[in-house]
Structure formats: C-alpha cells, structure tokens
Design a protein around this ligand. Structure first.
Ligand SMILES: Nc1ncnc2c1ncn2[C@@H]1O[C@H](COP(=O)(O)OP(=O)(O)OP(=O)(O)O)[C@@H](O)[C@H]1O
Length: 232
C-alpha cells in the first residue's frame, strides 16, 4: 500500500464501560480503493467505523482523513467523509427530500450537482415518488435507500459504509455496487463492512480482518482468497 492514504487510523483503543472493545488498531486506506472490513459478529467492525465517524469516543490513538485530524479540527474532519449506517438514522420530522437538503447544506453541495444527483439516485433507487414522504411511511429498505442517497450526494474523499447491501433488494444492491466502482474510479476511497465474502472478492482491493477487537490480518484481496483456502 504505497499510494496516498486517505484514511489513517493509528493505534486506536476503544473502551466501553471498562471493557476493551478495540485495542491498538491501525489501518490505512489508500486513495481510490475499496477496503472491506471483515470479521465475526462482535469483532469490532461497527465500533471501528463509529470511532472513525466520531460517534464512539476512542481512549487512545489518532485518526485522520486526508491529513485532517479528528482531534484537531472536528468540523473540517467531518466534511471529508460521508457515512451509511447499518440501520437508517433518518429524522422523523423531515421528509426524504428535506434530508437531502440537509446534506446539501452540511457539505455545501452546489445546486447543479445536488439536483443532478438527487434525480439520478432517486430514479435508480425507485424513490422518485417518495421524496415528500416522512420516514415512518417508508419500508425499511426504502429508508435504507434514502440514507444511502444522502451519503452519495457530497463529493468526499472517503465513504464509510456499514453493511452496504443489508436491506436493499437485488436490483438496488447491484446498482449500489456499480456506483461504488464508479466512485472508486473517480478517486474516492471506500471502507465497508460486510459479511458477504463474495462481495469482498468482487468489490474490494484490500481487506482488513478484525478479531476480538484487534487487526488479525490485512492485505490485498488476492491474499484474502489464500486465507480463505487455508481456513475453509
Ligand atoms: N454500546 C456498547 N456497550 C457495550 N458493549 C458494546 C457496545 N457496542 C459494542 N459493544 C461490544 O463491542 C464488541 C464489538 O461490537 P461491534 O458491534 O463493533 O461488532 P461487529 O464486528 O460490528 O459485529 P457484527 O458483525 O455483529 O455487526 C461486541 O462485543 C459488543 O458487545
């Protein structure tokens, strides 16, 4: 990994109520690549993503995105990435379109780019007739699609996704896969967690495996195949 690193996580510890959840975790995500964060249930994948986005406090270590330190300039740091959570986190008092507008404001998205992306993604995810609806009247999959579109609106160097294909139908999942590949080609770095090992092989350039809150192995995705064959 000798490309420019967009995300650098350096020796991070996370403790929750005296329990060590992540210990001495270091990862590097190079520019224009997809990295899959894998590991068993409870390995610490979501906790690491939450530590990166800043919703889970770390007790040690340093995290930076394109050189902007999480502990140095948090509001500038937050504008360098977008995030798709495992469970949609939409606000009950805002319509789907108002969520998109909130993202436009937070990330200063120019009007033309905003309109083009809202049209493109709403159509592709079949949400065009739901834009004025509130989250409670949407199915879980529709909420997940709305949340996914929000994260795809800004042009950011890093996209973090916790279980990207969970809750999406086959068509929407395949579309999202194509979008992720296009974003990567355009230079975006993507860190995603998944239990779907076929997706790791199809999509990822690199993998990071967590075990009991620590990095147990990491490398190019071809080495992941090898690992797989050694531990069927
Ligand atoms: N808020 C919390 N309070 C206490 N323990 C927590 C909390 N959040 C996570 N944990 C613990 O941290 C560990 C890692 O959880 P995490 O959700 O990060 O795992 P994961 O790898 O994402 O798992 P999964 O594949 O099941 O989503 C687990 O042992 C979990 O019980």
């Amino acid at each position: 990994m000798n490309e420019l690193n967009v995300l650098e996580v350096d020796k991070c510890d996370v403790n929750i109520r005296e329990h060590s959840i992540l210990a001495n975790v270091s990862i590097r995500i190079p520019q224009g690549t997809i990295t899959a964060l894998v590991g068993h249930n409870g390995a610490g994948k979501s906790t690491l993503i939450k530590a990166i986005i800043g919703s889970q406090e770390k007790s040690a270590g340093r995290i930076s995105v394109v050189g902007v330190g999480q502990d140095d300039q948090f509001s500038e740091y937050k504008r360098q990435f977008s995030y798709i959570p495992e469970e949609p986190l939409l606000m009950s008092e805002l319509t789907v379109y108002q969520h998109f507008q909130l993202y436009q404001k937070s990330y200063n998205i120019p009007d033309d780019s905003f309109r083009r992306k809202v049209d493109q993604y709403s159509e592709a995810f079949e949400l065009t007739d739901k834009l004025d609806d509130y989250p409670e009247s949407l199915s879980k999959g529709m909420r997940q699609k709305a949340q996914t579109i929000c994260a795809l609106l800004p042009d950011v160097p890093l996209l973090l996704i916790d279980e990207p294909f969970m809750g999406l139908d086959v068509y929407a999942g395949a579309y999202l896969e194509r979008v992720l590949v296009e974003l990567k080609k355009a230079g975006t770095s993507i860190l995603l967690t998944t239990h779907q090992l076929d997706k790791v092989r199809e999509l990822a350039d690199y993998f990071v495996m967590l075990k009991d809150g620590a990095v147990s192995s990491t490398g190019a995705v071809e080495e992941f195949h090898e690992l797989d064959r050694r531990h069927p």
